[in-house]
Ligand binder design. Structure first.
Ligand code: KG4
Length: 351
């Protein structure tokens, strides 16, 4: 059975559409919203408005680049949650209207599942190397820091997660904001860190039992240290920017890798993947390479374009669900706090 899936992603501040044919990615269009830069963070109201402006042109462009007409589509896969309610509603409403008008089914995709399944995106000319089940996935997106045991495409278990702040939007982005750097802080910290000394400064690390994470202590430690240093030298940040970035990044990477190593040991799994926006980070990618060499891990690091929010991962996850017979009901709603593996309330299909 041949299947052409339109994927739609609108959970935060990227409007994206992708076309997947028989499991292969034909196009992936992402429109990022620059409007938030001036505010140092995503403004939900502005994000919804920008999605509303972008969604039709982005879908049109994705179909055009794929060389596919809307009448050829088999289904529309969309992000149901987690994310910002206003942003999600634009994607969900568009998917409903589009699918209904074409008389084709819809498939709801969990955004977090999408990030994990980014490792299964197939594209012409790209190496086909996929993790074997069961594998561990470190998911570090803007709002999530989790270690996930992936048993199958549709069977995932969270082994550990942050009990307070996430590494992305809270630790990296907020510390970068305090330093007066731009938004989002991740790519800026990454660039500066490459030129700095990761051992120049020490920040506090959490002592949390089990496989859970915590980043609130590090954020506070960074803030208070900076406040003290600025008392002695008002230009402290300017003088030590690269070392601050390198030391902050190294602390975050250490915290992430310590628990991942523990999970790998406890579950006796050496098939290890990383996903989400923070997986674009070069320090984290280097740490994965070092662990592969030192502990014999078989590592999987996504292509840069599949790390941050994109519809290729939603369409690809939707493709596997479509082939497994999963369909979403027409009365389904967006769920801003949707948990990984939460399948209830999918809505009625026969209405
Ligand atoms: O996965 P994502 O695009 O959004 C969510 O689904 O939440 O992740 C966004 C996060 C932001 O915190 C951003 O600063 C971070 O990913 N990020 C990075 C890098 N690129 C993006 N963090 C560190 N280094 C990077 N190169």
């Amino acid at each position: 059975m041949s299947a052409i899936i339109l994927g739609i992603e609108s959970s935060c501040d990227d409007t994206s559409a992708a076309v997947i044919k028989d499991g292969y990615l034909l196009s992936n269009v992402v429109s990022s919203q620059a409007v938030h830069e001036a505010y140092g963070g995503v403004v939900p109201e502005l994000a919804s408005r920008a999605h509303q402006q972008n969604i039709v042109p982005v879908v049109h462009e994705a179909l055009k680049r794929a060389g596919v007409t809307k009448e050829e589509l088999s289904a529309v896969a969309f992000t149901r949650g987690p994310g910002l309610m206003g942003s999600l509603l634009v994607g969900v409403s568009f998917a409903k209207g589009f699918a209904r008008s074409l008389n084709i089914p819809m498939i709801d995709v969990n955004h977090l599942t999408g990030h994990v399944l980014a490792h299964f995106i197939k594209a012409e000319g790209e190496e086909e190397r996929q993790p074997a089940f069961p594998f561990l996935c470190l998911l570090v997106s803007g709002g999530n820091s989790q270690i996930i045991l992936v048993k199958a495409y549709n069977d995932m278990e969270i082994l550990g997660q942050t009990i307070d702040d996430a590494a992305g939007e809270e630790a990296i982005d907020k510390c970068s904001k305090v330093m007066g750097l731009g938004y989002p802080g991740g790519p800026i910290i990454d660039k500066l860190a490459r030129q700095g000394n990761p051992k120049a400064f020490t920040f506090s690390k959490p002592h949390i039992p089990g496989l859970d994470y915590s980043f609130s202590g590090l954020k506070t430690s960074f803030l208070y240290s900076l406040r003290d240093w600025l008392k002695d030298d008002p230009d402290f940040i300017e003088h030590h920017k690269v070392d601050l970035a390198a030391s902050l990044e190294a602390t975050i990477v250490d915290i992430l890798m310590d628990k991942l190593r523990k999970a790998a040991k406890e579950y006796k799994i050496n098939e290890i993947a990383v996903a989400g926006g923070v997986s674009a980070n070069n320090g984290l990618r280097n740490a994965f390479q070092e662990h592969a060499e030192k502990y014999g891990w078989n590592i999987f690091i996504p292509k840069f374009s599949y790390t941050t929010d994109n519809a290729a991962m939603i369409g690809s996850a939707g493709y596997y669900e479509y082939m497994a017979g999963v369909r979403a009901g027409w009365d389904l709603n967006a769920v801003p706090n949707l948990k990984l593996g939460e399948k209830s309330l999918r809505g009625r299909i026969d209405s």
